[in-house]
Design a protein around this ligand. Structure first.
Ligand code: PHE
Length: 498
C-alpha cells in the first residue's frame, strides 16, 4: 500500500509524540500516515518492547465488507450494473441475464423497486430504462465503510439485511510516551562490517546486545525411521553380547539355501508359490556346492546321522528354483556351512537383521516384506538350557524380562520353542519370537564336527518397534503409506529402560 518504510513510520510516530501529539486510536493514525494498520502495528510492537511508547489495547468491533460487497464497491451495485447494461432501445431479459450472470435477479428486483426500469406494454420480456442517470447509493455507502467512515444505524441495518457486511473484531491501540521515550531511536549495530573497520566508525557504534535466551533455528536434518532406530539398538545388544554380523546382502536366494539345506522337505507347504515369491528370471540358480548338495539329497531321501530321512525322491530342479528369501535363516545356513569348512572348528556367535519376503495378504499386522532379527551360537555341547539362558539375556536387554516358552515345530530345529513375553502395557503375554536347536540332519551334512550344536532364534523387527512406538497398524510403520511426520517427530529409542 504505502511506500513508507518502517523506519519512516517510526520517525513520524516518535516526532508526533515528541511534539505533544496524541494517538488515541492507532487505526486512524495509520490512515493519516497512509500506511496499513498492520504496518504501524509492527512499529508499535517494537517500540513498546523497549518501553519507548506505552500502549493500551482498544478492542473494537467493526463492520467489514463481505467478498460480494467488495465486488459491488469496485464495480457498482447489481441494480446500477443492470441499468448500465440496458441500451436506449431496451434489452430482452435473456440478453441481460447473459450479461450480468448471478447478479441479474437481485439487480432486476432492486432496479424495479427503485423505478429505474420498466417493461413494454404487452411484452414483459423487454426491459427498458426509465431514468437517464442514477445515483448508486449502495456503491457509495460500501466505499465509505471501506475507507473507515461510520455509517448511520439505518444504513448499517440495510447492509446487514442484504448480507453485505459482517462484524469483525479488531485490536487498535491508544499510544503515549513510554518511560524510555526518545525522539529518535538510535539504530543499534548488529555486525562489525568491513566498512566499519575501514572507516573506524565502529568505535562510536552502539551494538545490539546478544539475546542468549533466543531459540536457534531448527536445523534441517535427516530423520531416522523408527525401524532403523530399533535396529541399531538391537544391533548394539548383539555386539555387547559378543555376536558378529552375518552378510545379508542378497535378497534373492536359491531354494537350496532357503529350504533344502535346512532339511525342509520339498513338499513342505511353505515352498508353495502361495507362500513364497519365486523368481521368473533368473528362475534357477547356476551354482551349488556339489559335494554338499549330494549329502543334503542323501539326508532328505534316506536319512543318516541316526535319522530315517523323509524317504522321497529329492529333485535338484526344485532346489535350484530362485526365490526372495523367506527368512534370514538362509543366511545363517550359508554361514554355518562356511564355518564347517574352516578347520579346526572355532565356536561362533552370529546375528543378522535384514529384510525377508513372504507371499502374504497384507493387513494390519502383516506385510509381504518385513525384517527379521536372527541370532545363533555354534559350539560344542550346547543345550536347551543354554538357549533359554541366552534368550533371557537377550530379551531382558530389550526390556522384556518375563519370558515363557512353548513347544513348537520347525522343520530345521528340534526341540523348537515359541517365545512369549509379558507386556506390561497390554497386560498380556505376546508372542515375540521363535527358537530352537538346529537338527543334526542340517548340521552334520555341512561337515560340522560331531558334538557341535547350534542354538538359534528369530523374531521380526516390526513387532517390537510397533509395541515400543505404540503403532497398531504395520502399514503406518513401513511402506508407501508411512506419514513423514511420524518419522520427523519420532522419539529416540532406548531399549531396556521402559
Ligand atoms: N526362521 C524362523 C522364522 O522364520 C525363525 C527361527 C530362527 C526359528 C532360528 C528357529 C531358529 O520364523
Amino acid at each position: 500500500m504505502a511506500d513508507k518504510s518502517s523506519s519512516d513510520v517510526e520517525a513520524s510516530l516518535l516526532a508526533h509524540l515528541n511534539s505533544g501529539g496524541e494517538v488515541p486510536d492507532s487505526r486512524s493514525y495509520a490512515s493519516s500516515l497512509g500506511v496499513t494498520h498492520g504496518e504501524l502495528g509492527d512499529v508499535i510492537k517494537s517500540l513498546s518492547a523497549f518501553r519507548i511508547v506505552e500502549t493500551a489495547e482498544i478492542t473494537k468491533e467493526t463492520w467489514v465488507l463481505t467478498e460480494e460487497a467488495k465486488g459491488y464497491a469496485a464495480s457498482g451495485s447489481p441494480e446500477a450494473q443492470l441499468v448500465a447494461a440496458i441500451p436506449p432501445e431496451g434489452a430482452s431479459k435473456d440478453v441481460l441475464k447473459e450479461k450480468l450472470g448471478s447478479i441479474f435477479d437481485i439487480g432486476m428486483k432492486t432496479a424495479a423497486k427503485n423505478k429505474w426500469i420498466g417493461f413494454e406494454k404487452g411484452n414483459k420480456d423487454l426491459v427498458f430504462r426509465k431514468v437517464d442517470t442514477i445515483n448508486d447509493e449502495l456503491q457509495e455507502q460500501l466505499k465509505r465503510l471501506e475507507s473507515g467512515e461510520v455509517l448511520s444505524d439505518k444504513m448499517i441495518d440495510d447492509l446487514k439485511r442484504r448480507k453485505l457486511i459482517t462484524k469483525e473484531k479488531s485490536i487498535w491501540y491508544a499510544l503515549k510516551k513510554g518511560p524510555q521515550f526518545v525522539a529518535k531511536r538510535k539504530k543499534l549495530a548488529t555486525d562489525v562490517t568491513q566498512e566499519h573497520l575501514r572507516s573506524g566508525d565502529w568505535k562510536d557504534l552502539e551494538f545490539k546486545e546478544y539475546n542468549f535466551g533466543a531459540q536457534g533455528q531448527p536445523i534441517a536434518i535427516g530423520y531416522v525411521q523408527p525401524l532403523l532406530e530399533v535396529r541399531e539398538e538391537i544391533q548394539n545388544i548383539f555386539l555387547q553380547m559378543g555376536f558378529s554380523e552375518m552378510p545379508t546382502n542378497n535378497f534373492v536366494e536359491s531354494s537350496f539355501w532357503n529350504f533344502d539345506a535346512l532339511f525342509q522337505p520339498q513338499q513342505h507347504p511353505a515352498r508353495d508359490s502361495h507362500d513364497t515369491f519365486f523368481l521368473e528370471a533368473p528362475a534357477a540358480t547356476k551354482q551349488l556346492p556339489e559335494d554338499y548338495l549330494e549329502k543334503v539329497k542323501e539326508v532328505h531321501q534316506c536319512g543318516g546321522y541316526g535319522s530315517k530321512g523323509y524317504g522321497y525322491d529329492w529333485k535338484r530342479d526344485e532346489a535350484e528354483k530362485n526365490l526372495l528369501r523367506t527368512h534370514t535363516t538362509a543366511v545363517s545356513t550359508r554361514m554355518l556351512y562356511k564355518l564347517a569348512q574352516e578347520k579346526p572348528f572355532a565356536p561362533k556367535r552370529y546375528y543378522s537383521i535384514d529384510r525377508v519376503f513372504r507371499n502374504e495378504a497384507v493387513d494390519r499386522t502383516h506385510l509381504a516384506e518385513f525384517h527379521q532379527i536372527e541370532g545363533l551360537i555354534c559350539d560344542y555341547g550346547l543345550t536347551l538350557g543354554d538357549l533359554i539362558g541366552v534368550l533371557e539375556d537377550f530379551f531382558s536387554s530389550l526390556g522384556m524380562s518375563k519370558l515363557r516358552f512353548k513347544p513348537a515345530y520347525n522343520p530345521y530345529t528340534e526341540p523348537s520353542m515359541e517365545i512369549f513375553s509379558y507386556h506390561e502395557g497390554l497386560k498380556k503375554w505376546v508372542e515375540v519370537g521363535n527358537s530352537g536347536m538346529f537338527r543334526p540332519e542340517m548340521l552334520l551334512p555341512m561337515g560340522l564336527p560331531q558334538g557341535v550344536n547350534v542354538i538359534a532364534w528369530g523374531l521380526s523387527l516390526e513387532r517390537p518397534t510397533m509395541i515400543l512406538y505404540g503403532i497398531d497398524n504395520i502399514r503406518d510403520l513401513f511402506g508407501p503409506k508411512v506419514d513423514f511426520n511420524l518419522i520427523k517427530s519420532n522419539p529416540l529409542c532406548r531399549l531396556g529402560l521402559q
